[in-house]
Design a protein around this ligand. Structure first.
Ligand code: SF4
Ligand code: SF4
Length: 136
């Protein structure tokens, strides 16, 4: 199913409007909120993933967001991992809220799923080997 991840900046006058509700009800989109920072009276920031069987429907939802005054930014940063030097300590997995970084049995080797990374960069400081970097 086509998916698109976006950073949404909500001007303060929009933070209490049910915009996510309209994306679901009026545009039939699946929404996955990956990160949210909303404080009433202040600008809000959401990292979301929109999904629908039709890419066109996702674009309609994005157009609706823009009409409402939401500022949309692509997720432009990317995490790069030097896997050859990883000691599989798990420190980065403990801070990764999206589970893009994971360690599990049977091999207990670090796995990185780029598709669900939101480039929050929390893992960068968590790595004792300093092998996680951000590219712009
Ligand atoms: S930047 Fe690191 S901590 Fe943040 S989602 Fe991506 S892999 Fe996880
Ligand atoms: S914190 Fe660094 S060394 Fe530890 S598992 Fe993650 S990438 Fe590997």
């Amino acid at each position: 199913m086509p998916k698109q991840r976006l950073v949404l900046i909500f001007p303060s006058y929009l933070t209490e409007k049910p915009i996510a509700y309209h994306l679901v009800k009026d545009f039939d989109l699946e929404i996955n909120i990956l990160k949210a920072k909303i404080t009433p009276g202040e600008d809000g920031k959401l990292v979301i993933e929109l999904a629908h069987t039709s890419q066109e429907q996702i674009q309609k939802g994005i157009a609706f967001l823009k009409e409402q005054g939401v500022i949309i930014e692509p997720i432009s940063k990317e995490i790069v991992l030097n896997e050859a030097e990883c000691i599989n300590c798990g420190s980065c997995t403990a801070v990764c809220q999206t589970k893009a970084l994971s360690i599990a049995p049977p091999d207990w080797q670090l796995k990185f799923d780029k598709e669900i990374c939101i480039a929050c960069q929390l893992c960068v400081k968590a790595c004792p080997m300093q092998i996680i970097q951000v590219t712009f």
